[in-house]
Design a protein around this ligand. Structure first.
Ligand SMILES: [Mg+2]
Length: 390
């Protein structure tokens, strides 16, 4: 069975040895599909906390929580603090109660972003096809690398993990699979400093007992709908024909069927969207009320902000689009002083544009977009800290 030592990168290991016979390491990967899987999800371990521990060795063994401010929430908890039940996004007062001994350090977003950029550069040197998901997380795709390259992705990823430790002083966990869905699940299995593999042949058994909520895109509403039909586990989905799922759960049902079988055809999105990220909605009956239009606009702005953040883009020009009941289209735009992917910035600019046009004219469509796109340096969670200084 193919094997790989994560410490000395030896691959010619005799079968059934627990330790690497070259360097003695116990961090040896064995998997039938080890050298044929080509999609990875890489996630840094307790990213902010790890960076603070790197920069202050006195913090190494203490429970460390990144957060602060009276109304703040936990931005990151180290693995020691997690043993006490401290979790990201938990209110700080709860974290302090769960772990009174925890050291609390205020977040230094500029520093984390700098390390995040360095990490992304290491990832890009591993494969040009990366899709960043957040400051410390990305998909890496090896499917389009030239075959002549020779080195299997698993080996490149083991090197990447070693490099992150040696050059940046942080640790990562790698999930390797045949597609994004399984790679993302795998990266969570063996944290921290992990390397987990879900192959094509393990996928069904692995997924069967897992809760349906683990499927990409299954939120609370869909979970409740499935539960009402007695479906809690991913394996149960496989007992229904695709047509039944489609009939019951609409277009999303179509996606449930392949995911439940461990199949996922999504590509890595590496390219910047060409011009803009936008969202629009058409009304069944034209709407003239400013309040109602503003409420619709609000939802669209949230959607646009989410999409920008997911792709780590920001935009500088906010575009409002309206279509009158008489099918006349108007677009109005406003260029901001700074690029943003923050919902509030987008909404305030778009709403200002809307107020000038919502003069009692009935509209049948409203849309909002952000153009003038660039890579985001600021990440969505930066906004979290603006009101936590109290
Ligand atoms: Mg992480």
């Amino acid at each position: 069975m193919p094997a790989l030592c994560r410490d000395c990168f030896a691959t010619d290991l005799p079968p059934a040895t627990a330790r690497c016979w070259v360097c003695g390491s116990s961090r040896v990967l064995w998997h039938a599909e080890l050298f044929s899987l080509q999609v990875a999800h890489v996630d840094c371990d307790a990213f902010y906390a790890t960076i603070e521990k790197r920069d202050n060795p006195a913090l190494r063994d203490v429970p460390l929580v990144i957060g602060g401010g009276r109304r703040g929430v936990v931005a990151a908890a180290c693995y020691v603090a997690r043993r006490y039940g401290v979790r990201s996004a938990m209110p700080m007062f709860k974290a302090r109660a769960a772990c009174p001994a925890a050291m609390v350090v205020r977040p230094n977003m500029a520093k984390y972003q700098a390390v995040g950029r360095e990490m992304r550069a290491l990832m890009r040197a591993t494969t040009p096809a990366i899709e960043p998901i957040s400051i410390d997380e990305a998909f890496l795709d090896f499917r389009d690398l030239p075959v002549a390259d020779g080195e299997p992705p698993a080996l490149k990823l083991a090197r990447l993990a070693a490099q992150a430790e040696a050059e940046l002083g942080i640790t990562i966990s790698v999930g390797l699979g045949p597609n994004k869905f399984l790679a993302k699940m795998a990266s969570d299995l063996d944290k921290p400093r992990g390397f987990a593999i879900i192959g094509r042949r393990d996928a069904r058994d692995f997924l069967a007992p897992k809760p349906v909520g683990m499927i990409f895109g299954v939120g609370k509403a869909m979970r409740e709908k499935l539960l009402a039909d007695g479906i809690q586990r991913i394996g149960q989905l496989r007992t229904y024909p695709i047509a039944t799922l489609e009939h019951r759960y609409g277009s999303f049902g179509e996606r449930l069927a392949p995911f439940s079988r461990g199949l996922d055809r999504r590509r890595i999105r590496t390219a910047r969207p060409t011009k803009s990220v936008s969202a629009e909605t058409t009304f069944e009956d034209p709407i003239a009320g400013a309040e109602e239009l503003s409420a619709r606009l609000d939802r669209l702005c949230r959607r646009v902000a989410e999409r920008l953040q997911a792709q780590v883009f920001q935009g500088q020009t906010v575009v409002l689009k309206l279509k009158t009941a008489g099918f006349q289209t108007l677009t109005r735009s406003h260029t901001l002083a700074d690029a943003t992917n923050d919902y509030a910035d987008i909404f305030i600019a778009a709403e200002t544009l809307l107020r000038r046009e919502a003069t009692g004219i009935p509209y049948r469509l409203i849309g909002v977009g952000l153009s003038n796109l660039s890579d985001a340096d600021e990440f969505a969670d930066t906004a979290l800290w603006e009101d936590t200084e109290g």
